[in-house]
Write a protein that binds this ligand. Structure first.
Ligand SMILES: [Zn+2]
Length: 186
Protein backbone atom coordinates (compact mmCIF):
# COMPACT_ATOMS: atom_id res chain seq x y z
CA UNK A 1 0.00 0.00 0.00
CA UNK A 2 2.74 2.45 0.97
CA UNK A 3 5.33 1.23 -1.53
CA UNK A 4 3.73 2.69 -4.63
CA UNK A 5 3.36 6.25 -3.52
CA UNK A 6 1.60 8.23 -0.91
CA UNK A 7 -2.07 7.47 -0.40
CA UNK A 8 -4.02 10.68 -0.03
CA UNK A 9 -5.05 9.79 3.54
CA UNK A 10 -1.44 9.97 4.69
CA UNK A 11 -1.08 13.58 3.61
CA UNK A 12 -1.10 15.74 6.71
CA UNK A 13 -4.11 17.99 7.15
CA UNK A 14 -2.87 19.92 10.12
CA UNK A 15 0.58 21.31 10.98
CA UNK A 16 1.91 20.38 14.38
CA UNK A 17 4.49 23.20 14.18
CA UNK A 18 2.31 26.21 13.36
CA UNK A 19 -1.09 24.59 14.15
CA UNK A 20 -2.55 25.76 10.87
CA UNK A 21 -4.65 23.70 8.50
CA UNK A 22 -2.27 24.62 5.73
CA UNK A 23 -1.54 22.95 2.42
CA UNK A 24 1.38 20.53 2.27
CA UNK A 25 3.79 19.84 -0.53
CA UNK A 26 5.63 16.56 -0.93
CA UNK A 27 9.21 16.95 0.18
CA UNK A 28 11.08 13.74 -0.57
CA UNK A 29 10.95 10.44 1.21
CA UNK A 30 13.04 7.96 3.12
CA UNK A 31 12.91 4.21 3.68
CA UNK A 32 12.40 2.48 6.99
CA UNK A 33 12.52 -1.13 8.07
CA UNK A 34 9.52 -2.43 9.92
CA UNK A 35 9.08 -5.75 11.67
CA UNK A 36 5.59 -7.16 11.83
CA UNK A 37 4.57 -10.51 13.31
CA UNK A 38 4.89 -12.04 9.84
CA UNK A 39 7.64 -10.27 7.99
CA UNK A 40 10.30 -7.62 7.58
CA UNK A 41 8.99 -4.74 5.48
CA UNK A 42 10.80 -1.88 3.83
CA UNK A 43 8.42 1.00 3.65
CA UNK A 44 8.67 4.41 2.13
CA UNK A 45 7.87 7.33 4.42
CA UNK A 46 7.03 10.64 2.77
CA UNK A 47 8.12 14.00 3.98
CA UNK A 48 5.89 17.02 3.60
CA UNK A 49 6.53 20.71 3.83
CA UNK A 50 3.95 23.02 5.36
CA UNK A 51 3.22 25.96 3.04
CA UNK A 52 2.47 28.21 6.00
CA UNK A 53 5.63 27.79 8.09
CA UNK A 54 8.01 25.90 5.74
CA UNK A 55 8.73 23.22 8.35
CA UNK A 56 8.77 19.60 7.28
CA UNK A 57 7.08 16.60 8.79
CA UNK A 58 6.72 12.97 7.91
CA UNK A 59 3.56 10.98 8.17
CA UNK A 60 3.76 7.49 9.53
CA UNK A 61 1.31 4.79 8.59
CA UNK A 62 -0.84 4.20 11.65
CA UNK A 63 0.60 0.72 12.31
CA UNK A 64 3.89 2.34 13.37
CA UNK A 65 5.20 4.42 16.23
CA UNK A 66 7.89 7.03 15.68
CA UNK A 67 11.37 5.51 16.03
CA UNK A 68 10.02 2.02 16.58
CA UNK A 69 11.02 -0.89 14.35
CA UNK A 70 8.36 -3.17 15.77
CA UNK A 71 4.96 -2.61 14.21
CA UNK A 72 1.93 -2.28 16.46
CA UNK A 73 0.84 -5.88 15.87
CA UNK A 74 4.01 -7.09 17.61
CA UNK A 75 3.48 -4.76 20.57
CA UNK A 76 -0.18 -5.77 20.74
CA UNK A 77 0.78 -9.45 20.85
CA UNK A 78 3.16 -8.74 23.74
CA UNK A 79 0.68 -6.71 25.80
CA UNK A 80 -2.15 -9.17 25.17
CA UNK A 81 -0.05 -12.19 26.19
CA UNK A 82 1.21 -10.36 29.25
CA UNK A 83 -2.35 -9.37 30.24
CA UNK A 84 -3.20 -13.10 30.20
CA UNK A 85 -0.44 -13.73 32.71
CA UNK A 86 2.49 -14.76 30.52
CA UNK A 87 5.81 -13.36 31.81
CA UNK A 88 7.62 -10.90 29.54
CA UNK A 89 10.73 -13.09 29.59
CA UNK A 90 8.72 -16.03 28.21
CA UNK A 91 7.04 -13.84 25.57
CA UNK A 92 10.44 -12.51 24.51
CA UNK A 93 11.80 -16.07 24.17
CA UNK A 94 8.79 -17.20 22.17
CA UNK A 95 8.94 -14.44 19.56
CA UNK A 96 10.37 -15.50 16.20
CA UNK A 97 14.19 -15.13 15.85
CA UNK A 98 13.65 -12.11 13.62
CA UNK A 99 11.83 -10.40 16.47
CA UNK A 100 14.74 -10.57 18.87
CA UNK A 101 13.54 -7.92 21.27
CA UNK A 102 14.77 -7.99 24.84
CA UNK A 103 12.59 -8.37 27.89
CA UNK A 104 13.43 -4.76 28.71
CA UNK A 105 12.11 -3.51 25.35
CA UNK A 106 8.91 -5.49 25.88
CA UNK A 107 8.63 -3.92 29.32
CA UNK A 108 8.93 -0.44 27.77
CA UNK A 109 6.18 -1.23 25.25
CA UNK A 110 3.95 -2.55 28.01
CA UNK A 111 4.44 0.68 30.00
CA UNK A 112 3.78 2.88 26.99
CA UNK A 113 0.48 1.15 26.23
CA UNK A 114 -0.48 1.02 29.88
CA UNK A 115 0.00 4.78 30.09
CA UNK A 116 -2.07 5.29 26.96
CA UNK A 117 -4.80 3.06 28.36
CA UNK A 118 -4.78 4.98 31.65
CA UNK A 119 -5.24 8.17 29.68
CA UNK A 120 -8.14 6.68 27.72
CA UNK A 121 -9.73 5.02 30.72
CA UNK A 122 -12.24 7.74 31.72
CA UNK A 123 -13.57 8.01 28.15
CA UNK A 124 -13.29 4.37 27.15
CA UNK A 125 -16.73 3.04 28.12
CA UNK A 126 -18.62 6.27 27.28
CA UNK A 127 -17.00 6.24 23.80
CA UNK A 128 -17.64 2.55 23.21
CA UNK A 129 -21.23 2.59 24.49
CA UNK A 130 -22.12 5.78 22.61
CA UNK A 131 -21.01 4.09 19.42
CA UNK A 132 -22.30 0.58 20.24
CA UNK A 133 -25.23 1.03 22.66
CA UNK A 134 -26.50 -2.52 22.07
CA UNK A 135 -23.23 -4.24 22.85
CA UNK A 136 -24.08 -7.27 25.00
CA UNK A 137 -21.50 -7.38 27.76
CA UNK A 138 -20.50 -10.77 29.14
CA UNK A 139 -21.20 -11.30 32.83
CA UNK A 140 -19.94 -13.45 35.65
CA UNK A 141 -17.25 -15.94 34.77
CA UNK A 142 -17.53 -14.97 31.08
CA UNK A 143 -16.46 -11.41 31.81
CA UNK A 144 -12.84 -10.36 31.30
CA UNK A 145 -11.05 -9.86 34.60
CA UNK A 146 -8.92 -6.86 33.65
CA UNK A 147 -9.29 -3.63 31.71
CA UNK A 148 -6.94 -5.02 29.04
CA UNK A 149 -9.19 -8.05 28.84
CA UNK A 150 -12.15 -5.75 28.21
CA UNK A 151 -10.26 -3.71 25.64
CA UNK A 152 -9.42 -6.82 23.60
CA UNK A 153 -12.97 -8.12 24.03
CA UNK A 154 -14.55 -4.87 22.81
CA UNK A 155 -12.09 -4.77 19.92
CA UNK A 156 -13.06 -8.32 18.90
CA UNK A 157 -16.77 -7.46 19.00
CA UNK A 158 -16.66 -4.12 17.17
CA UNK A 159 -13.65 -4.28 14.82
CA UNK A 160 -15.66 -4.91 11.67
CA UNK A 161 -17.95 -1.96 12.31
CA UNK A 162 -15.36 0.70 13.12
CA UNK A 163 -15.47 3.55 10.62
CA UNK A 164 -11.75 4.32 10.39
CA UNK A 165 -10.97 0.62 9.78
CA UNK A 166 -8.03 0.11 12.11
CA UNK A 167 -6.05 -3.01 11.24
CA UNK A 168 -5.43 -3.91 14.86
CA UNK A 169 -6.53 -3.19 18.38
CA UNK A 170 -3.58 -0.89 19.09
CA UNK A 171 -4.20 1.11 15.95
CA UNK A 172 -7.74 1.59 17.18
CA UNK A 173 -6.48 2.69 20.63
CA UNK A 174 -4.13 5.14 18.91
CA UNK A 175 -7.04 6.61 16.93
CA UNK A 176 -9.04 6.93 20.17
CA UNK A 177 -6.19 8.81 21.83
CA UNK A 178 -5.63 11.37 19.07
CA UNK A 179 -6.76 14.93 19.63
CA UNK A 180 -10.05 15.63 17.87
CA UNK A 181 -8.42 18.31 15.67
CA UNK A 182 -6.27 15.66 14.03
CA UNK A 183 -8.83 12.90 13.59
CA UNK A 184 -11.50 15.25 12.25
CA UNK A 185 -9.30 16.27 9.34
CA UNK A 186 -7.85 12.85 8.59
ZN1 LIG B 1 3.20 24.84 9.53
Amino acid sequence: MVENGCPEEFRPTWCKHCQSKAKFHKHGSFTRSVLTMEELLEIKIFRFKCTACDKTCSVLPSFLRHNHTAALDVQEHVVQSHSKGVALRIISEQLSPQLAFSEKTLWRWKNYWQKLLNKLKPDFWPTVLARFPHLLLPRGSEAPSSLWGWVFWVWGQTRLQLTDKPAGCFQWLTFLSLPVAVTAGA
